[in-house]
Design a protein around this ligand. Sequence first.
Ligand SMILES: [Zn+2]
Ligand SMILES: [Zn+2]
Length: 266
Amino acid sequence: MIANYHTHTARCNHAVGTERDYIEQGIANGLQVLGFSDHAPYLFNDPDGYYSNMRMRPEEFRDYCDTLTALREEYRGRIDIRIGLEMEYYPAHFHRTLQWMQDFPLDYLILGQHFLGNEKGCRYCGGRTDDEAVLKQYVDQVIEGLHTGCFTYLAHPDLPAFTGSDRVYARHMTRLCETMHALDIPAELNLLGLMQGRAYPSRRFWRIAAETGCRCVLGCDAHTPTATAEPTIIAEAMDALAQFGLTPVETLPLKDPFAALYTKKD
Ligand SMILES: [Zn+2]
Ligand SMILES: [Zn+2]
């Protein structure tokens, strides 16, 4: 692994360590590219003041960018630092938030759909369920998000812990994989899920991804510095993917995070 685009910072309230800790660990483990993609600030503009506790606040975004810009200069020639965000696609707030982000030096976005709908009052995508409607809504929403053209890749596509039949699972995940294939957007094999023994990565998802011809990429989803390109987890992931005939891409061209703003007609 020479590039990782999925790294968090303490601003999301559930990651630890300094940016420098992640960078030093990444260098020690052989990374040439380290992308930070903390949970995106979101402009909910909620009348009741709703805000997530698992993402930075909008007023923290400037410091996030400034800190990473300074480190990018400091580490130039040793490792290539990129400034990204892991962001959900919430249709009610996405374009407004993106417009606001244009004033910041954002290099890329990855799509990580943690909640359905527009988050507030909506279901967490990773909860166990056998309800096909929930799986369908996840897939529909992610497909719509991918079509914005803003996202470099899809993080943990297999987040839904669907407990229903393989047939129903395949019906929807095949649609998702076919969309990623058609748009040439890679699916992430999430190393944090692997490390923590979560429901994802899911074997039945990766079987479908391989059959569909999806490209895949490894993402550390590091919330602790030690999880940055951790060699034993990478080896485990490579073995798992090899069983499906998959080899992850090493580096990715970053898609313009603001692509949707040039085509949107309000
Ligand atoms: Zn997180
Ligand atoms: Zn993440």
